[in-house]
Design a protein around this ligand. Structure first.
Ligand SMILES: [Zn+2]
Ligand SMILES: [Zn+2]
Length: 261
């Protein structure tokens, strides 16, 4: 059992929903609570925060990975209503969608920065957007990685996610389900392309390079409801993680509940 103080100093993470219909992730350490992305309406985000025992007044900042609607569209209204500062890369900030945000701040994608008590390392990723970044969070000697919306794993990206205690990793699609599925050819090309989303095998490839001794939790994120299935993801991921690593799959409606790292 953790004492009150230890509990307060535990880095923890929860998803409020994950997938192409909307994403939002909470990162909490001591008095700092960051919302990473929101593709949900203001009302839905408020409701889902409430389910996790968090009120909008507690939010330190919102952090945006890129301008796609499933990550961005809910950010301006919530941030303005609750007077929350928003952080994103310069490239993302030049998108017209960012104009409405009152407290807009930019980080330099090449350097770590801090929000409250959490250090954040942006990691530039190949994705069909202006300056997409994913993130590594360090707090309380623990390390959390969030890596979704990336078309392929580069050596640079792999190097940045080596030492995570917990990794939230995209398992977007199965190649065969995508190829034989109902998407039009252009969308198949986009999703499966080098600037699209990770397929299960690509995610597995990254897993093989990680420090398995450190990795206590792996969560599969951003699954396509159309072109993937949980049993395939489960099977693929479990091949490449040790018995010591707990594995979960985040879903579109409920994400996953708090994980204390
Ligand atoms: Zn997305
Ligand atoms: Zn995207």
């Amino acid at each position: 059992m953790l004492t009150g103080n230890e509990q307060a100093s535990t880095l923890r993470v929860s998803s409020l929903g994950s997938g192409s219909k909307g994403n939002a992730t909470l990162v909490h350490f001591e008095e700092t609570i960051i919302i990473v992305d929101s593709g949900f309406s203001c009302k839905t985000l408020e409701q889902r925060l409430n389910l996790r025992g968090i009120s909008p007044e507690q939010i330190t900042a919102m952090l945006v990975t890129h301008e796609h609607s499933d990550h961005f569209n809910g950010v301006p209204t919530f941030a303005n209503k609750h007077q929350v500062p928003v952080w994103m890369s310069n490239g993302t900030s030049f998108h017209p969608k960012a104009e409405k945000i009152k407290q807009l701040n930019c980080f330099n994608s090449h350097f770590p920065f801090t929000l409250g008590n959490i250090q954040i390392t942006p990691v530039l990723v190949p994705h069909d957007s202006r300056e997409a970044c994913q993130f590594v969070f360090d707090a309380g000697k623990k390390c959390l990685g969030i890596l979704t919306d990336i078309g392929h794993i580069t050596p640079f990206v792999a190097s940045k996610f080596q030492e995570c205690d917990i990794l939230l990793l995209e398992f977007n699609h199965d190649i065969n389900l995508l190829q034989n599925g109902r998407y039009p050819a252009s969308l198949k090309q986009r999703v499966g392309g080098a600037l699209g989303h990770l397929n299960n095998e690509q995610s597995a490839e990254l897993l093989q390079t990680l420090n398995q001794e450190k990795l206590r939790y792996l969560v599969a994120m951003h699954l396509s409801e159309e072109n993937n299935c949980r049993s395939l993801v489960n099977e693929t991921a479990k091949k490449y993680i040790s018995d010591m690593t707990e594995f979960f799959i985040a879903d579109q409606e409920s994400g996953f509940d708090w994980i204390n790292i």
